[in-house]
Design a protein around this ligand. Structure first.
Ligand code: FAD
Length: 559
């Protein structure tokens, strides 16, 4: 018997849009053997993002905010891969290679694009290097660890300036995710600090930066004012009409030139189109894929889009849908119905959805809510927030886990365990503004630096003789290796002349290169000898002159 060819539906994206589409398709198709549904996502789980802020404080366990996609849609073929390209002319999707490095192509008859948007720090100096995004599960865990680490460091730090920066936390963005994140962070930092004997409550400072005149612009003004006052009462310093311009390892840089010294900066603001969407040859509006009222991509039959990556005009309000989970899940139901209708040559329905309300959790058992025009704030709104989001969780198993977490959170003290996950990065980029210190004379040498762009100068404090200028480094110059090789404290100070971007190499990576690559070892040994001669006053000029040359030829060496 000839084998029947199946209609292939391929969904890209394992967020609310993609997973709810697959779940609805499974219900509607009822195991129809002529249709095959596949879903490609980077992760094999759905993140319940509205509960992400609670991971910071630990009131919800890290794994309880996610649900395995295989269990949510068991009849869908899951491909846990990253999609690298979509070819709408040839109806194929190429994913990243897996264990074996070979391209993996999937064909489709219908493609559903639900890849959301991404956090982008492009155009703001230092944010990619020093600001923490807040979108994915890992971001919440990293932030929680950073808060605990900062408290641990501050507790034993004697330098008052550094201590102040460690105990200052800055969140940029006064929309829903920024406000919910700052509320949880503020509660958690203040509660956790009580476990540290040398940290006083008044030393903790938490800032919220917001570009507009009032936070939570999506909410009615009185609720937004309530939220603003409540956060201020709890100690959050809200800077209105203030935008984040950039960051360094030491500070948040504000538009207008002010800076806030901090070691923890979270930016919830910039979202940009996913690279896959940007590369698609279809009509876009504000970077989102324009679809018709049935959620079909214009001029590309068989291609559908929804969620944060799609420009969907609501057929009731005639306004573009906001990027929310509420809309993504409703669009998923509509899209799945329309897709099945098109397979069965039945009529399709336009997308229309009146959002039932807006809720924002403010931590510490309070929230604000605007439900069917009814405005609530405080404890009642918080109870409602929890009840609604618990109901919305797609998996019974997760509902039970989250309810247990919340119950235990009411009874038990906050957990302040700092998880050490993954190794520290061997290589990293660092950004500095003009006239900032990269390291001080006397510091422990733990990294080698290579200048990517900008200028750095090396100076030495000589007792009784003031500051001695040792040299200046430009792009390609390297410094900091001597203290690494000899395990000595830094013998000079490195500071920036202009804005500088550096590549830094940690001790382990440097040791590995130094030990296993003889030509590199010989080069560094030669540099160090020259440096030592320079320090003794013999080779000083050679050192300074050579310092702007690239690493392969450089004579630029400092401690
Ligand atoms: C902290 C936070 C709190 C929020 N709180 C609320 C709230 O309270 N209420 C509300 O309604 N909304 C809230 N939102 C917004 C809501 O989460 C989003 O609107 C919703 O997740 C959009 O769903 P989506 O499926 O379009 O995109 P996403 O949920 O972003 O999913 C995109 C999926 O595509 C995958 N993907 C992307 N690129 C690729 C690729 N190249 N290859 C393979 N897979 C890829 C991603 O891994 C992800 O699984 C919040 C968002 C955040 C960040």
């Amino acid at each position: 018997m000839p084998q029947q060819t199946k209609t292939k539906i391929l969904i890209v994206g394992g967020g609310f849009g993609g997973v709810y589409t697959a779940m609805t398709l499974e219900k509607l198709l009822k195991g129809d053997p002529s249709v095959e549904v596949g879903l490609i996502s980077k992760e094999n789980y759905l993140v319940f993002q509205p509960m992400l802020p609670e991971v910071i404080s630990g009131s919800i366990g890290i794994l309880d905010t996610i649900a395995p996609i295989r269990r949510l849609c068991p009849k869908t073929n899951l491909y846990t891969r990253e999609v690298e390209s979509i070819d709408v002319s040839n109806r194929t999707v190429t994913t990243s290679s897996g264990v074996r490095p070979r391209p993996h192509k999937l064909e489709y008859d219908h493609l559903v694009i639900a890849v959301g948007n991404i956090t982008s720090f492009v155009g703001r100096s230092g944010l990619a290097e020093h600001a923490l995004p807040f979108k994915y599960l890992g971001d919440a865990l990293v932030l929680r660890n950073r808060v605990i680490h900062s408290l641990e460091e501050a507790d034993i730090e004697s330098d008052p300036e550094l201590r102040r920066a460690l105990l200052t936390f800055v969140v940029a963005g006064g929309g829903f995710s920024g406000v919910e994140a700052v509320a949880e962070l503020n509660d958690f930092a203040r509660a956790a600090a009580r476990n540290f004997r040398r940290i006083k409550a008044v030393e903790i400072r938490v800032f919220l930066l917001h570009a507009g005149p009032l936070i939570l612009p999506e909410l009615p003004e009185d609720l937004a004012r309530f939220a603003q006052k409540l956060l201020q009462r709890r100690g959050v310093e809200i800077l209105l009409n203030t935008s984040l311009a950039g960051a360094t390892a030491e500070s948040a840089l504000l538009e207008g030139g002010d800076r806030i010294p901090t070691k923890t900066l979270v930016s919830t603001v910039p979202s940009a189109p996913n690279a896959l969407v940007a590369a698609l040859p279809c009509k876009k509006e504000s970077g989102r894929i324009v679809v018709n009222k049935f959620l079909e991509v214009l001029d590309h039959p068989g291609v559908w889009a929804l969620g944060d990556c799609a420009w969907v005009v609501d057929q009731k309000t005639w306004k573009p849908c906001p990027p929310t989970a509420q809309h993504a899940t409703r669009q998923a139901t509509c899209l799945a119905k329309n897709l099945v209708a098109s397979l069965r040559a039945e009529p399709k329905q336009g997308f229309a959805f009146q959002a039932r309300g807006k809720l924002a959790s403010l931590g510490h058992r309070s929230a604000v809510a605007d439900i069917f025009g009814l405005k609530l704030s405080g404890f009642l709104a918080w109870l409602l927030w929890r009840a609604i989001y618990l109901m919305k969780m797609p998996d019974l198993d997760r509902k039970l886990r989250v309810s247990t977490d919340w119950l235990l959170d009411l009874l038990l003290p906050q957990d302040i365990v700092m998880l050490k996950i993954g190794r520290s990065a061997s290589f990293g980029r660092e950004h500095f503004e003009e006239r900032e210190i990269i390291f001080h004379q006397g510091d422990r040498g733990d990294r080698l630096y290579i200048v990517i762009d900008g200028e750095v100068e090396i100076v030495k404090q000589v007792p009784g003789d003031g500051e001695q200028f040792l040299g200046r480094l430009g792009p390609g110059g390297c410094f900091g290796e001597m203290a690494l090789v000899n395990d000595n404290p830094r013998m000079a100070t490195a500071r920036t002349v202009t804005q500088v971007n550096l590549l830094s190499v940690n001790q382990d990576a440097f040791d590995a290169l130094f030990a296993h690559h003889p030509p590199l070892r010989a080069m560094f040994q030669q540099l160090i000898e020259e440096r030592v001669r320079g320090q003794a006053g013999e080779g000083q000029s050679a050192l300074i002159e050579g310092e702007t040359k690239p690493l392969s030829r450089s004579r630029a060496t400092t401690n």
